[in-house]
Design a protein around this ligand. Structure first.
Ligand code: MGD
Ligand code: MGD
Ligand code: SF4
Ligand code: MO
Length: 692
């Protein structure tokens, strides 16, 4: 047996692991001792990495659709079919009629290749990925206030904080090794404050849990800020030296109605005063937030409200402070950094800037595409209208993870051509015209970028199953098939080198430098050859930090007589995303085998429901059947459901209403009705979506 160093394939914490390889198989994993993030530990999912990519059940060869069925095909045939599918759409509609959705589990090299394929080969900025429905409001909101949407501190900053403010993030479940670090900081004396409508495990352990009403973040954050300004608790020196927009913010909050704030949030004034005092008086406050802030139609404004609070109290730019969006997927930071977004090239170079267009145009030998490009949900809308005809989905399980499943299915079925690049025959791949088998993270070289901007190497430990290849190799072959030779790289290192040569943020990075310690944090350029562990120490990327007045935005859909419950969606520790990877592990599956609807016992009693009784849940968009779990984790009137289960997909119910700025759908709130099924009845599985 030998051990190959690698990085966990699940969440954005980016824990270091060793792949135990025996006779060409990954037989298990072990933690990397001395890794700066995971410090020699892994969570339950990390330990299950080898199940996630186990060759059994993986795609071994391409598949093409013939007479309605998928059958095995050669790479030549599958690539030719794919090239033809794109070409027909291009001939008919031009580059606006095609698109690519890339993968936040895949490497930086894969994602660089995906956006280059979209821009240089297809000639479109229609390139996006799951960051759209994850932290796009952070990119937009912190972009406006600071000039950059990345986490400002590093994970190690937690060790230096004396106050930890966690808003809308279930950290012990979803960023487990960061959760452990928060609890360790609390044990040495830091105050832990959790803001969440659910009583999560972390909320139960916190010194203060603000159990606000679903969707009332801005009311709460403005209330805290109003109290801070009214009492003179703000950081005057920081505001004068580092910020702008203070007068407008003061004016906006001067006549703030605290009584109304307490009604909107459901919190007592004394709770707000205590938190306002503690946060503004902390020596170093570390602020982290997640999907409970971003996944609303007010997502961008929610992020701005967090930013206002942190800037006004000067809790930024010093050890132990900062605004820290906890990025979700192992390489979602990297997929954004690589330019898999419709409005930026790699390194956030604006697609609208003529100088940037000229640089990439010259390097790639193809003119810059027309603007604007479409976001992922806009691509679905265009498909439903017949204005987008051919789509590549590289490693996303859209059928389970996009909002409003029935609407998404209508979009995929309306396409003339769908190609899915996947590890397994996912629900989304079942709908494809062509399925291409991808190599998993253990089967390729490359890099992942974690939530603290740390670019780390992954290394090929074993051969891919069958004829599967790395995503970048598939895109390179497809580009050649479509007459473009500019993606003919010899290896992953060459892809990385091309990227760094075109991307100032990464200009001093190369594979040898990344291998010295445990990666490097960007910016990493001539001025920062050792990378940048902490951002914003002297200035913000946009210069001064900007305070921007925002007001509470009502939810798009609130409970009424027909749909009397508020409904929210969340995650469970033992499962991940659409479940395609974690549900391969018997161990993880045993821990959480069922999709459950979390309901307060008082609501259960009112509906006459016993524990685990079967129910039907309906929204204006769809329905599902599942079992209830009666628990005071949720307040009365609010139901919660994890989104990992294809047999009871909560995205049947969710609302696609979008944030006008970032196009984030309101995944965290909609209205539903619940009907008990007869005692003894087994919930029906939501039908498989197989056919086109
Ligand atoms: N085990 C596991 N870990 C994961 C993932 C996974 O699927 N499984 N996915 C990864 C990904 S892609 C991501 S993006 C991250 C996400 O990690 P988190 O951001 O922690 O994700 P969620 O559990 O969806 O939502 C966080 C919390 O927001 C709360 N919330 C809901 N509404 C509101 C509100 O109005 N205000 C406030 N303040 N809070 C609210 C919910 O109750 C929930 O506890 O996790 C990553 N890690
Ligand atoms: N209701 C509701 N819906 C949500 C959310 C929510 O909180 N509530 N959260 C949203 C968020 S934050 C996110 S990030 C999305 C996540 O949505 P997705 O990205 O669709 O979900 P995942 O299940 O994490 O991963 C998708 C696929 O990646 C494949 N994969 C893994 N590695 C590779 C690789 O190297 N190459 C290729 N080609 N494929 C690979 C896996 O097989 C898996 O099927 O879900 C969103 N949907
Ligand atoms: S915390 Fe995240 S990166 Fe670390 S082992 Fe768990 S799933 Fe993997
Ligand atoms: Mo995410």
């Amino acid at each position: 047996m030998h051990v190959v160093p690698s990085i966990c394939t699940f969440c954005g914490v980016g824990c270091g692991l060793g792949l135990r390889v025996e006779e060409g198989r990954v037989i298990g994993v072990e933690p990397q001792p001395g890794h700066p993030v995971s410090e020699g530990q892994l969570c339950a999912k990390g330990w299950a990495c080898s199940f996630a990519v186990e060759p059994a059940g993986r795609l071994r060869e391409p598949l093409v659709r013939e007479n309605g069925r998928l059958r095995p095909a050669s790479w030549e045939e599958a690539l030719a079919r794919t090239a033809e599918g794109f070409q027909l759409a291009l001939d008919e509609l031009g580059p606006s009629g095609v698109g690519v959705i890339s993968c936040a589990h895949a490497s930086n090299e894969d994602n660089y290749a995906a956006q280059k394929f979209a821009r240089a080969v297809l000639g479109t900025h229609n390139i996006d990925h799951c960051a759209r429905i994850c932290h796009s409001p952070s990119v937009a909101g912190l972009g406006r206030t600071l000039g950059s949407g990345a986490m400002s501190g590093g994970i190690a900053d937690i060790d230096q904080a004396d106050l930890l403010l966690v808003i809308g993030a279930d950290v012990t479940e979803n960023h487990a090794m960061i959760g452990a670090r928060l609890l360790r900081a609390q044990a040495r004396g830091a105050t832990l404050i959790v803001v969440d409508p659910r009583r999560t495990r972390l909320a139960r352990l916190a010194d203060i849990h603000l159990q606000l009403r679903l969707g009332s973040n801005i009311a709460l954050l403005n209330g805290l800020l109003h109290l801070i300004l009214a009492n003179g608790w703000e950081d005057r020196a920081f505001l004068a030296a580092r910020c702008e927009g203070e007068a407008a913010l003061r004016h906006h909050l001067a006549n703030f109605d605290l009584a109304q704030c307490c009604v909107q949030t459901g919190l007592a004034l004394a709770e707000l005063e205590r938190v306002a005092y503690l946060f503004s008086h902390a020596r170093a406050a570390f602020t982290a937030y997640g999907m409970g802030i971003t996944q609303f139609q007010s997502g961008t404004n929610n992020v701005i409200a967090v930013s206002n609070l942190v800037l006004a109290c000067g809790q930024s730019g010093r050890p132990g402070t900062g605004i820290n969006p906890l990025r979700g997927q192992n390489n979602v930071q990297g997929a954004c950094d690589m330019g898999c977004l419709p409005d930026v090239y790699p390194g956030y170079q604006p697609a609208a800037d003529p100088a940037v267009q000229a640089r990439f145009g010259a390097a790639w030998g193809r003119p810059a595409p027309a603007l604007p490009g479409l976001t992922s949900l806009a691509m679905s809308e265009a498909a439903r209208r017949g204005q987008l005809r051919a789509l590549m989905v590289m490693g996303e399980e859209l059928v389970v993870t996009d909002p409003d499943q029935n609407q998404l299915l209508r979009a995929l079925r309306a396409l003339d051509f769908l190609v899915v690049v996947e590890l397994r025959l996912s629900e989304t791949a079942r709908l494809a015209d062509v399925v291409l088998p991808a190599a998993a993270f253990t089967e390729k070289d490359g890099t992942f970028t974690n939530c603290e901007r740390r670019v780390q190497r992954i290394r090929q430990a074993v051969a891919p199953p069958g004829t599967a290849r790395a995503d970048w190799q598939i895109l390179s072959a497809l580009a050649a098939c479509m007459g473009y030779s500019g993606m003919d790289w010899p290896d992953a290192e060459a892809v990385f080198a091309e990227m760094t040569a075109l991307t100032p943020l990464f200009s001093a990075m190369d594979y040898p430098a990344l291998a010295v310690a445990h990666g490097l944090q960007w910016p990493c350029d001539a001025a920062h050859p050792q990378g940048s562990p902490r951002l914003h120490e002297r200035g913000f990327p946009r210069g001064r930090g900007r305070l921007l007045p925002v007001s509470q935005v009502p939810l798009d859909e609130v409970p009424d007589a027909d749909y009397p419950f508020a409904f929210t969606t969340h995650r469970l520790h033992f499962h991940y995303g659409g479940g395609a990877m974690t549900r391969q592990s018997p161990l993880l599956e045993r821990e959480t085998p069922l999709a459950l609807l979390f309901m307060h016992p008082a609501d259960g009693a009112a509906l006459g429901l016993g524990e685990r009784q079967a129910v039907r849940v309906r929204s204006r968009r769809g329905r599902l059947e599942t079992r209830v779990h009666l628990t005071d984790d949720v307040p009365p009137g609010t139901l919660a459901m994890p989104y990992h289960f294809r047999e009871a997909p909560c995205n049947q119910l969710t609302n696609p209403a979008q944030d006008p700025i970032s196009r984030m759908p309101e995944l965290k709130a909609c209205a539903v009705a619940v009907e008990p099924l007869a005692p003894g009845v087994t919930p029906r599985t939501t039908e498989r979506h197989g056919r086109r």
